[in-house]
Structure formats: C-alpha cells, structure tokens
Design a binder for this molecule. Sequence first.
Ligand SMILES: Nc1ncnc2c1ncn2[C@@H]1O[C@H](COP(=O)(O)OP(=O)(O)OP(=O)(O)O)[C@@H](O)[C@H]1O
Ligand SMILES: [Mg+2]
Length: 257
Amino acid sequence: MTLLEVEGLSKSFGGVTAIADLCFKVPEQQVYSVIGPNGAGKTTLFNMLSGIYTPNEGSIKFQNRELIGRLPHQVASLGVSRTFQNLQMFFNMSVLDNVKVGCHLRTRSRIWSAALRLPGIFREERQAEAWSREALEFCRLEEFIGQEASALPYGVLKRLEIARALAAKPSLLLMDEPAAGLNDTETVEMRQLIRRICASGVTVLLVEHNMGLVMDVSDRILVIDYGSRLAEGTPTEIQRNPKVIQAYLGGEVQYAV
Ligand SMILES: Nc1ncnc2c1ncn2[C@@H]1O[C@H](COP(=O)(O)OP(=O)(O)OP(=O)(O)O)[C@@H](O)[C@H]1O
Ligand SMILES: [Mg+2]
C-alpha cells in the first residue's frame, strides 16, 4: 500500500526553481531514498513534506490525507517525523529532555490545562517519559540518558535526533543525511539502525550522499536533479541507469551489482 503520494510538486525561491513538477509514491514499510547532487532540492522537498515550506503547486497525500496547508506540528501529529541535515538540538538540555520535545509534538494538552495542572497533563507527561525512554533504548542511547547534549560526540547526537523523531511514534520518518560526518563504524551502526527502524514498521524516507549506504539499505531510490525526477527504481536499476551514471555517479558505475 502507498503511504505517501507526491504529485506535481513545485517550489521556487524568487527565480530559483528548487523542485519542479515532482511525482513519486512511497510504499508502506520500505526504505525509500531520494538522492541527487548538492542543491538538487532534497532538503526543500523535506521542508515541504514536513509543513515548513508551502509548495507553489502540487499535492502531498499521506495516508490519503492532504498535508499541504497543515503546520509542522499538525503534520507531526498525523505521524510524520523528521531529522535535520544540520543538528537541531537543545544543547543545554539533557538527552532525555531533548527526546521528550519530540513527544510533545504529538500531545494535545492546551496551555490552560498545563497552567491549571489538570490530570491529563500528568498522564501526558508520563507517556512522554515512557515513549522517550523506549526511543532512547531503541537507538541504543540509554547510557547517555541524563547527560547534557553539549557533552556528547557528534555521532551520538545524530542518533539522538533520530530518537527524538521516533519518540513521536511516527508512521513515516524523514531522515536528512543521517550519515553525514560519521566515521565508518558509526556509518555501519546507522545502517543497522535504519534497518531496525524499518523492521519495526516505520517507513523511512532517506536523503543521503553516502552511496554505499543508500544502495545497501534502500528498497527503492528516486534520483532528482535540478528539482526534477531523473530516475526511479530499485538500487540495481538505478546503478544501471545510463542517465544516472552520466549525471550523478560521474560517468562510471561506482558500486558493482
Ligand atoms: N530558503 C531558501 N531561500 C532561497 N533559496 C533556497 C532556499 N532553500 C533552498 N534554496 C535553494 O534551492 C535549491 C535546492 O536546495 P536544497 O537545500 O533543497 O538542496 P539539497 O538537495 O538539499 O542539497 P544538499 O545535498 O547540498 O543538502 C538550491 O539552489 C538552494 O540554494
Ligand atoms: Mg540538503
């Protein structure tokens, strides 16, 4: 079944067309990757999917519901979470509190019930704590739970962002370059984490420049160039596609099938 369907999506900034008439479908419980050169429009696409940018044209259907016109927290509450290309972290807060922020995107209590300390608030707080601990454990971060984020190495912070996104219990996780800046060991761990996320029933939409990781972990791949679709298919099909080889892989097949 299709979880996400993007049709005729376009976005420009002044005279720059970042995404042009883009169409694709993400099947449920797969790892679906979007690749393309720097400036191809990948992050712009994620910003539209998560409600940060409003497209100029097109539609984004998630579980058959239109996402365009919804605010980021409304998109998150429908079950779409994301991580960022550049870490978005509260560095002076603990690991646990950083992850709890992800849960609060999904909770419904209004400011008055918080101010009046109505019982629902305590229930939600307990739930946020439980979901955060679960997400931290899933990302193998339990040992860091009480530490301040500023004390942690970059590789751990990349996983912490993922834990925060998972704590909101998404059906779709958008990951913008999770392996950027990681060393080889951390990249292997990241690959395993992406696989486990998918195996747990969460569909993954992945943007990544590490082609070894993309080819290894993806069920399907969409290649974009100048905001337009260049190719779409399985990793094997993508690696054999002459247009992709020419435009993106630099004229030679880099990863033997
Ligand atoms: N807020 C913005 N204002 C103006 N131009 C923007 C904005 N965001 C993106 N762009 C432009 O849109 C194009 C696509 O940028 P985007 O960041 O989506 O690329 P990307 O594929 O994520 O690249 P990278 O692989 O380097 O992260 C670029 O030309 C960029 O300069
Ligand atoms: Mg980007």
